[in-house]
Design a protein around this ligand. Structure first.
Ligand code: DC
Length: 217
């Protein structure tokens, strides 16, 4: 299979620093962004309002996702869905639905269709293993549960959402376990991915480390 230099995959558990690195690389390289977790969250959001799977797929294809002030803003038919999608409630349902074959199959084509000659930085759990196995540059980020919970705490607090640190640690542990132990596309580094522990690294450090390793751009 031909390696695609202009696809960079950034996989890892929640709050491992994938999102920040993905945005930094997109802006630096002028590549398109795929936040696949956001698509799973949108899937959960539309599922919860009881839409059928064809309608869910159509709505996801019609989401308008843009980086504004370093944040991904998701608009749908003029409504800003960002906070709904980023809530812990949506994250939990997304994690549950992501274990189902239909969900993954419904999202696979949508994700692959985002790849074009502009270059793509794809952030998720299975970008390097399943969605873009021929990506030329693969990274897998990780960090301790406590550090990740602290990052998520600050992120949700900044968004004005009420959170409790203890609950957050429990949620992250549960979600990690579910994401790692599911049968379909479990959360795992691809064999050819560079694994980076970001626990004691700033975004700038992760960014410059990654930048040096990126080939073919
Ligand atoms: O990265 P996130 O927290 O926004 O992802 C939300 C959920 O979506 C996560 O718990 C698992 C699922 N997911 C997935 O199964 N595969 C992906 N490529 C991305 C996310």
């Amino acid at each position: 299979m031909k390696s695609e230099a202009k696809i960079i995959t950034i996989d890892g558990p929640s709050a491992s620093g994938k999102g920040a690195l993905t945005k930094a690389l997109c802006q630096f390289l002028n590549y398109k962004i795929l936040d696949s977790g956001l698509l799973y969250r949108a899937y959960a959001y539309f599922y919860k309002i009881r839409l059928a799977s064809d309608e869910i797929k159509e709505n996801i294809t019609n989401l308008d996702i843009e980086i504004k002030n370093n944040e991904l803003i998701v608009m749908f038919k003029g409504r800003n869905l960002t906070n709904d999608l980023r809530s812990e409630e949506t994250a939990k349902l997304a994690s549950e639905l992501s274990a189902l074959k239909d969900t993954r199959a419904n999202l696979l084509g949508i994700q692959r269709a985002l790849n074009n000659e502009d270059g793509l930085v794809a952030d998720g759990r299975d970008m390097g293993t399943v969605v873009f196995p021929n990506a030329g540059n693969k990274f897998f980020l990780n960090a301790s549960v406590e550090i990740r919970a602290k990052r998520r705490f600050l992120e949700l607090q900044n968004r004005g959402q009420e959170v409790n640190m203890r609950d957050l640690i429990d949620d992250i542990k549960q979600r990690d376990l579910a994401d790692q132990s599911r049968e379909l596309s479990p959360l795992l580094p691809a064999d050819d991915a560079t694994v980076i522990d970001t626990s004691d690294m700033s975004l700038e450090e992760v960014f410059s480390f990654t930048k040096k390793l990126i080939k073919g751009n």
